[in-house]
Design a binder for this molecule. Structure first.
Ligand code: UD1
Length: 348
């Protein structure tokens, strides 16, 4: 079976992608330092897939350790690189840590790949690279604007790094996936998002408020130029996002020989407002979410949703699940977590 190294494989998107890889006939090899994830998640991946999982506790910045993983697991068919810090707010307070970890880990990986090339690398990026978009939907051709945070800049720099390495004559074959807003959980309720401390993103805040762990949700702004005044985003079920990684690996396999770096948006193509998201949750669960309107959050764009034609055409991938399924699964996951917010690793 083809081995795929999954850095950050114990994380939210990484763990769902491991399941999707097994279902597609690949053999995931997890590389994770567990700084923001729980190794117990991997036992759940094993349980869901019924398969053993090779796991290496390694910090991806450690080039020598990473090289040893590639040697031990050879031949490696592909790499999916998730391992990175992702909290916008923390990145503002700890830019050195964000630049060091997010750029350092990709750099180390690229050095290792130069010595042990693999047929394909899939890099985890974000729609945050578009900054405040001027036109909707946001397509891959939309301009890359100044990012709103150090976190966003690390993603822009990583994408440029991939582009420059390909232009340098390296054999690198890479796909960058720009995720819009991943939400939801595995339908079994066995995998999902484990926010560190107070959730910064909308859906974990909704589920924790519904579970009584938070008093109320503050909706950041209701005076945006959108139909109901609240911000519009493209919420994507994490299982759909996981399958986009499999589609990206398969796309790489189909491409003619030679170095390449191609970028794809991964979203649903549909915009949903904060109020619509809350209503979708309340509808499918029958549980009310206490909320009130508060001031705008700095850096938030009024509306962002993806142009998804390129992913549909090239990858043959499209989102199959909607916000209602995502909310239903997020709630199953939240109820399985019990009554205490989970604190894992450091909030980075
Ligand atoms: C998030 C991430 C960003 C990532 C992007 C795409 C953060 C802060 N932002 O952006 O790094 O690149 O997804 O995956 O982690 N909202 C509330 N109340 C809340 C929380 C959120 O009203 O308590 C609103 C926000 O103002 C926004 C919407 O909900 O309009 C979605 O917010 P969030 O889930 O944080 O996602 P993004 O900011 O779009």
């Amino acid at each position: 079976m083809k081995k795929v190294i999954v850095t950050g494989g114990a994380g939210y998107i990484g763990s769902h992608t491991c399941v999707a890889l097994v279902e597609a006939g690949y053999s995931p090899v997890v590389v994770d330092n567990f700084c923001a994830s729980d190794p117990g998640v991997l036992a759940r991946v094993r349980e869901l897939t019924g398969r053993e999982l090779s796991v290496h506790q390694v910090d991806c910045r450690d080039r020598a350790a990473l090289a040893r993983v590639f040697e031990a697991e050879a031949p490696v068919h592909g790499v999916i690189h998730f391992a990175a810090h992702k909290c916008v707010g923390v990145s503002v307070r700890e830019p050195r840590e964000y630049y060091d970890n997010n750029i350092g880990s990709l750099l180390a990986l690229l050095w290792v790949l130069e010595r042990s090339p693999v047929p394909g690398l899939v890099f985890s990026s974000s729609c945050t690279v578009y900054g405040q978009p001027e036109q909707l939907p946001v397509t891959e051709a939309s301009p890359i604007k100044r990012a709103e945070s150090p976190y966003g800049r690390t993603k822009q720099i990583c994408e440029s790094l991939l582009q420059d390495v390909v232009a340098s004559g390296s054999a690198l074959r890479a796909v960058t996936l720009r995720y819009f807003n991943p939400i939801g959980a595995h339908p079994s309720g066995r995998l999902g998002e484990l926010p560190l401390g107070t959730p910064q993103t909308l859906v974990p805040y909704i589920t924790q408020t519904a579970a009584g762990l938070r008093d109320e949700l503050v909706v950041f702004g209701n005076d945006y130029p959108t139909p109901d005044g609240t911000c519009v985003r493209d919420y994507l079920h994490v299982c759909d996002l996981a399958s986009a990684h499999v589609a990206a690996l398969e796309w790489l396999e189909r491409q003619a020989a030679g170095a390449l770096h191609e970028v794809f948006n991964v979203g649903t193509g549909r915009g949903v407002s904060v109020l619509e998201a809350i209503r979708a949750f309340e509808d499918v669960t029958g549980v009310r979410v206490r909320h009130r309107f508060g001031p705008r959050r700095s850096g938030d764009a009024a509306a962002v949703y993806a142009g998804v034609e390129k992913a549909q055409r090239e990858l043959g991938w499209r989102a199959c699940l909607g916000i209602r399924e995502a909310m239903r699964h997020a709630w199953i996951w939240q109820r399985g977590l019990g009554s205490e917010p989970r604190e894992i690793g450091r909030a980075r």
